[in-house]
Design a protein around this ligand. Sequence first.
Ligand SMILES: [Zn+2]
Length: 265
Amino acid sequence: MNVYANLLPFMNKIDEADAFIREWNGGIEISTDGPHWHGNTDWNREQERFESFHGDMGVHLPIWELNLASIQFPGHAAYSFDIYRTYLEWAAGFASHAVLHTHLYASPLFHKEEAQKRSRHYIKQLGEVAKQNDITLFVENVGFHDKMLFDEQEFVQLFEDIPTIKALLDVGHATINKWDIPAVIKALGRNLGALHLHDNDGKGDLHLPIGAGVTDWTSIWAALDTLSHSPKLILEYEGTAPLEVIKEHGNQLMREGKVAEPSAV
Ligand SMILES: [Zn+2]
């Protein structure tokens, strides 16, 4: 089974995730951000939340307080790497994949080339850690417009250059950056390990359900059909999406490999 739900809708109310998970037939991707994540968080207890879940699990590594591509503060980039390594080793104990952002997506890129180099340097090392720990490391396209560290071609190239990682193509982010998404899917080919599926108005990162925005899904499903393997399909809907819609779309993905008839939201 390659269909997952990211637990983003529960980021601020993780105790409510249990009821959803019990009625969900796919895998889950847990986050390591939110009010239940703090310097004092007991990681074992966070893992125990999902002990009764029998499906496959992924872990989205921390997003908002780390930055592998920091140039002004090299120590912050090195510290971010250390933390990511620790989380990755922890995730390897129970999850089949981990998701990593290339950089802190909200930061201006005053030294883009240097930042790319730094990000690549640490991503490569994290790929080695993932390999040693038998977990797949997905690297995700993040950052909009002038805050996008790797453009379409550079993103594809990253996975040619670093064979220990796989691409996670976030369709919503690619929509905002006006990427040619079917072309990127085909160019990534076997290096495409997963997709974050969500929609938006072409401007804001709204994480709307498939079909509720401007994304051309028909061409995306067609491009996925041309692949000789099945990347993980991860629904990454925001908290306002009704849980019924997540389940309905998840079930369509499991049945048909696409959401051909998006529910009205
Ligand atoms: Zn994403």
